[in-house]
Ligand binder design. Structure first.
Ligand SMILES: Cc1ncc(COP(=O)(O)O)c(C=O)c1O
Length: 458
C-alpha cells in the first residue's frame, strides 16, 4: 500500500502528539479520524457510522448535532467574540451562567469561578483550599486527601489528586501535600464476607486513622467524585459517604466534590450530590456544563470560602488567579443554552425513564462468563471483564483484553472506552432513545461474544 505523505493520516503522525495515546503505537497505526456527528452517532473519515457510547469523553450530553448550541455560539461570536473578567471587567453570559449555577446548586453556594477544563478547575480547588487556610492563619493545614482510583485531571496539582498510576508515573507526581486513601471498590477490596456497609465503615476508619497520623491540623480537604468515573465506573458502596462526611466535619476538613462527569443529569438528577446526600464546600463542574460544545469548567464555593477570598483581597491585594479565558463569553453562552435545553426538554426525567432499561441490559451482560462485575450509576455503566469469575481475577495486563474489546466494538459500529482492570465503560449521550439504547447494547453484546471467543479459554 502506498501512503500519501500529505494525507491527514500521514500529517497526523508527522505533527500531532495526541493526548492519552501510546505514542510508539501511534507511529505504527496512526489516527482514527472522526469527521462529523449526528445525534448519538459520529462518522469517521471513511464514512463509517458509530454509536458514541461514551458521549465522546463522558461529555457530549446533547449528542453531536444540537443546532441550538451552534446558534448560541454563533450569536455570541457575532456580538462579542472575546472579552475577559480580569480587573472588574465582565461579560453578560458569564454573569448569567454564574447566577444560574448558584441558583441550582445542590447545597447553598455563593460564587462561581470559571476555568476551561476539569483539570484547571481542580487545580484551582487546590489553590483555593491553600489560600483559604492561609487567610485563616492556618499555614500548616494544607494536605489534601484524594482516593486511589480517582480521576481529577492531569495538571501538576489535579494530576496529583488523580489516583491512577498512568497519570503519575514518570511525571514525578504526586506533589507534596497530596495523599491518597482507599479506593472504595467493594468488588476488589472488600475482605471476605464483608458487607458494603462494613467495607464503608472500615474505609472511613482508615481515613480517620490517616488524618490522625498526619495530624488533623495539617489536613485541609478531601476530594471525591460521587462515583469513580475513569477509575472504573464505581458507585459508592452503601453507607460510604454517610460514614466519611462526619469525619470531615469533625476535623474541619473541606469537602470538594468533583461532579465533572456526574453533573448535569448523568444520574437523572442535576447533580449526583443530590442522590448521595453530599454536602460539599466546593464543587467542580465541566463536560456536560456546555455539553462539551465549548471548553468550560467551573468551581463553585460556599460563602465561607468566598469570605476568605474577600478577606485575602483586603490583606494581599487582588485575588491573584485567573485564566485568560475564565468566563469566556462564547463557552458561557453555549453552556447557558445547554442548561436551557436540559430544562426545557426535562432531560432529567428522560434519563430517569431510561435508567431501568439501562440497568436491565447491563444486568443481562453481567451473566456472561467473562464478566466479573457490572456497575451502574444512572446512565453510566462499567463492565469488568475477568479471567476467573469465581476468583474475581483480572486478566494479565499484557493481554490487553479491554483494549482488544474496545477496538472490536468499532467493527460493530460502537465506540466505548476501556478503563483500568479491563472495564468497558458506557456513558451515552443523554438524548439517547430507548431504541438506540437497545441498539447500543446489541452491538456491545456482539462485541462481547467476540471477546468470549477470543479470551474465553484462558
Ligand atoms: C471526574 C473528573 N474530574 C476531572 C476531569 C478532568 O477534566 P479535563 O479532562 O476537562 O481536564 C475528568 C476528566 O475526565 C473527570 O472525569
Amino acid at each position: 500500500m502506498t501512503l500519501n505523505v500529505n494525507s491527514p493520516h500521514a500529517r497526523d503522525i508527522r505533527g500531532y502528539l495526541h493526548p492519552y495515546t501510546n505514542a510508539a503505537l501511534h507511529e505504527e497505526i496512526g489516527p482514527h479520524i472522526i469527521t462529523r456527528g449526528e445525534g448519538i452517532y459520529v462518522y469517521d473519515i471513511a464514512g463509517k457510522r458509530y454509536i458514541e457510547g461514551l458521549a465522546g469523553l463522558w461529555c457530549a450530553a446533547l449528542g453531536f448535532s444540537e443546532k441550538r448550541l451552534v446558534e448560541a455560539a454563533t450569536r455570541q461570536l457575532n456580538t462579542l467574540p472575546f472579552y475577559h473578567g480580569f480587573a472588574h471587567k465582565a461579560v453578560e453570559p458569564a454573569i448569567e451562567l454564574a447566577d444560574y449555577l448558584v441558583s441550582r446548586a445542590p447545597v447553598p453556594m455563593s460564587k462561581v469561578f470559571f476555568a476551561n477544563s476539569g483539570s484547571e478547575a481542580n487545580d484551582t480547588q487546590v489553590k483555593l483550599v491553600w489560600y483559604y487556610n492561609n487567610v485563616l492563619g492556618r499555614p500548616q493545614k494544607k494536605k489534601i486527601i484524594a482516593r486511589k482510583g480517582a480521576y481529577h485531571g492531569i495538571t501538576v496539582a489535579s494530576g496529583s489528586l488523580t489516583g491512577l498510576a498512568y497519570a503519575q508515573q514518570a511525571f514525578d507526581l504526586p506533589i507534596a501535600n497530596i495523599l491518597h486513601t482507599d479506593c472504595p471498590h467493594h468488588y476488589h477490596f472488600a475482605a471476605p464476607g464483608e458487607s458494603e456497609e462494613q467495607f464503608s465503615a472500615r474505609l472511613a476508619a482508615n481515613l480517620e486513622a490517616l488524618i490522625a497520623q498526619e495530624g488533623p491540623d495539617t489536613v485541609a480537604a478531601f476530594i471525591a467524585e460521587p462515583f469513580l468515573g475513569a477509575g472504573g465506573v464505581v458507585p459508592p458502596p452503601k453507607g460510604y459517604f454517610e460514614a466519611i462526611q462526619p469525619i470531615l466535619q469533625k476535623h474541619d476538613i473541606l469537602f470538594i466534590v468533583d461532579e465533572v462527569i456526574s453533573g448535569f443529569y448523568r444520574t437523572g438528577h442535576m447533580f449526583a450530590s443530590e442522590i448521595y446526600g453530599l454536602k460539599p464546600d466546593l464543587i467542580t463542574l465541566a463536560k456536560a456544563l456546555s455539553s462539551a460544545y465549548q471548553p468550560i469548567a467551573a468551581v463553585m464555593m460556599t460563602e465561607k470560602i468566598y469570605q476568605a477570598v474577600v478577606e485575602g483581597s483586603r490583606r494581599f491585594g487582588m485575588f491573584g488567579t485567573g485564566f485568560t479565558y475564565s468566563g469566556h463569553p462564547v463557552p458561557a453562552a453555549v453552556a447557558l443554552e445547554a442548561q436551557r435545553i436540559y430544562d426545557e426538554r426535562d432531560i432529567g426525567s428522560h434519563v430517569r425513564e431510561l435508567i431501568p432499561r439501562f440497568r436491565r441490559r447491563l444486568a443481562q451482560i453481567g451473566e456472561r462468563l467473562l464478566v466479573g462485575e457490572v456497575r451502574c450509576a444512572g446512565l453510566i455503566g462499567g463492565i469488568e471483564l475477568v479471567a476467573d469469575k469465581a476468583a474475581k481475577k483480572n486478566f494479565e495486563t499484557q493481554r490487553k483484553v479491554g483494549g482488544w474489546t474496545m477496538n472490536r466494538a468499532l467493527e460493530h459500529g460502537l465506540i466505548v472506552r476501556a478503563l483500568v482492570n479491563d472495564t468497558i465503560a458506557l456513558c451515552p449521550p443523554l438524548i439517547i432513545t430507548e431504541r438506540e439504547l437497545d441498539d447500543m447494547f446489541d452491538r456491545l453484546e456482539k462485541t462481547l461474544d467476540d471477546a468470549a471467543a477470543e479470551f474465553g479459554r484462558t
